[in-house]
Design a protein around this ligand. Structure first.
Ligand code: SF4
Ligand code: SF4
Length: 86
């Protein structure tokens, strides 16, 4: 059984793929370069052809991406609440 996640620590950034437009503004500001762009869930829609995803272990919780995202697609969550990828 996996060890439980620590209950304290800096928050982690989480991107909502339903709101992300793949504009890459967050990629430009991330100081540890932990955001990547990938094909989005709505590839047929020009507005949502790609989304950004965060390499969670690398995220240092600096809040920069959350502050600059023009689409409010990024939330900061406690580290124990980061969703596990499907
Ligand atoms: S800044 Fe926001 S909308 Fe733009 S790519 Fe990053 S998460 Fe997506
Ligand atoms: S919170 Fe900071 S380190 Fe984490 S993904 Fe956003 S810009 Fe990068």
């Amino acid at each position: 059984m996996a060890a439980p996640a620590p209950r304290k620590g800096r928050p982690k950034a989480v991107i909502n793929p339903d709101s992300c437009t793949g504009c890459e503004v967050c990629i430009a500001v991330c100081p540890v370069d932990c955001i990547d762009k990938q094909a989005g869930p709505m590839a047929e829609s020009p507005m949502f052809q790609s989304v950004c995803v965060i390499d969670q272990p690398k995220c240092i919780g600096c809040w920069l991406c959350e502050k600059v995202c023009p689409w409010d697609a990024i939330s900061m969550v406690p580290p124990q609440e980061v969703p596990v990828p499907a």
